[in-house]
Write a protein that binds this ligand. Structure first.
Ligand code: THG
Length: 266
């Protein structure tokens, strides 16, 4: 599993305040701790409140890179903000994200090619999220084809079935799992499959149990990357144990420790 740490996001109060006061220490401490907890990549999102999101993205990326050497996922719905982040990334970046909207594809695929970045593709477009599996799979295929056209490899494409909060969209869940299964069959080699895991538990009272169980279900269907909270040790242990039980890790008595030691960061 590729763990993409979710914590450097202006949606969180500490990050929002750090951005406002240009407090590098808070951001750098989160970056170091996410990597130490097992994140392989750090998601970077300025949050909904920033007045100058492109400048803020640049500042966040530079601030993080002063402290750690990590791959970053540049998370913004605005192509100009994504490019501001890509410009200053030292390592291979992940664009987070495009969707199937032709305008978005036209803006973002050339950026992925120019900056040799991976790209996350959400299974939605300008009309929203299709309610049927077929519609979502078709958007995934369209994004994959657009990536091939600019010369990306299937493994640079990270398809995202779009996880919604269970509190509001419970009826969507069987289709989401089936969309993941369909994504695994779109190409050979298959695209990567990513989710924003914590979306599922937004508004829930006991969020952790919902996140932990859903991650296991998604992995069983083919998800191999998640934007998630690496500070939830039980979530990380559930992820590692699921890898073991899916025969993706060799068993030893200290398999969790062995997994953590084996993780390359870049
Ligand atoms: N797919 C892709 N990228 C994504 C998402 C996705 N990026 C953003 C998001 N979804 C994944 N990251 C988060 C980060 C935080 C939360 C949920 C998803 C979260 N935050 C608290 C909340 O809203 O309750 C913030 C409050 C707090 O604790 O301070 O839940 O789906 N490609």
């Amino acid at each position: 599993m590729l763990v993409i740490g979710e914590r450097i996001n202006g949606m969180f109060k500490d990050v929002k305040n750090a951005i406002k006061t240009q407090n590098k220490g808070v951001i750098q401490d989160l970056a170091r701790r996410e990597l130490a907890a097992g994140a392989n990549v750090l998601d970077v999102n300025v949050g909904p409140a920033s007045a100058v999101p492109a400048d803020t993205m640049k500042w966040l990326v530079e601030t993080i890179q002063e402290a750690v050497d990590a791959r970053l996922a540049i998370d913004s719905p605005k192509p100009a903000v994504v490019e501001a982040g890509l410009k200053v990334c030292k390592n291979k970046a992940i664009i987070n994200s495009t969707d199937g909207n032709p305008e978005k594809l036209k803006a973002l695929m050339p950026l992925a090619a120019e900056y040799k970045a991976g790209i996350i593709g959400l299974a939605m477009d300008e009309k929203g999220i299709p309610s049927e599996v077929q519609g979502r799979t078709e958007i995934g295929f369209k994004i994959l084809a657009a990536a091939m056209e600019v010369g990306l490899e299937p493994t640079d494409v990270h398809l995202d079935p779009v996880v919604l909060p269970v509190k509001f969209s419970q009826d969507q869940f069987p289709a989401t799992l089936e969309t993941v299964r369909q994504f695994t069959m779109l190409s050979d080699p298959a695209p990567r499959i990513v989710v924003g895991l914590s979306n599922v538990s937004q508004g829930c009272v006991d969020r952790e149990i919902v996140n932990r169980i859903y991650l296991i279900m998604l992995m069983t269907c083919g998800v191999n990357e998640a934007i998630m909270d690496p500070f939830d040790k039980h979530l990380m242990d559930a992820m590692i144990t699921t890898e073991l039980l899916l025969n993706k890790q060799i068993y030893c008595d200290s398999y969790i420790e062995a997994y953590m030691k084996s993780q390359a960061r870049c």
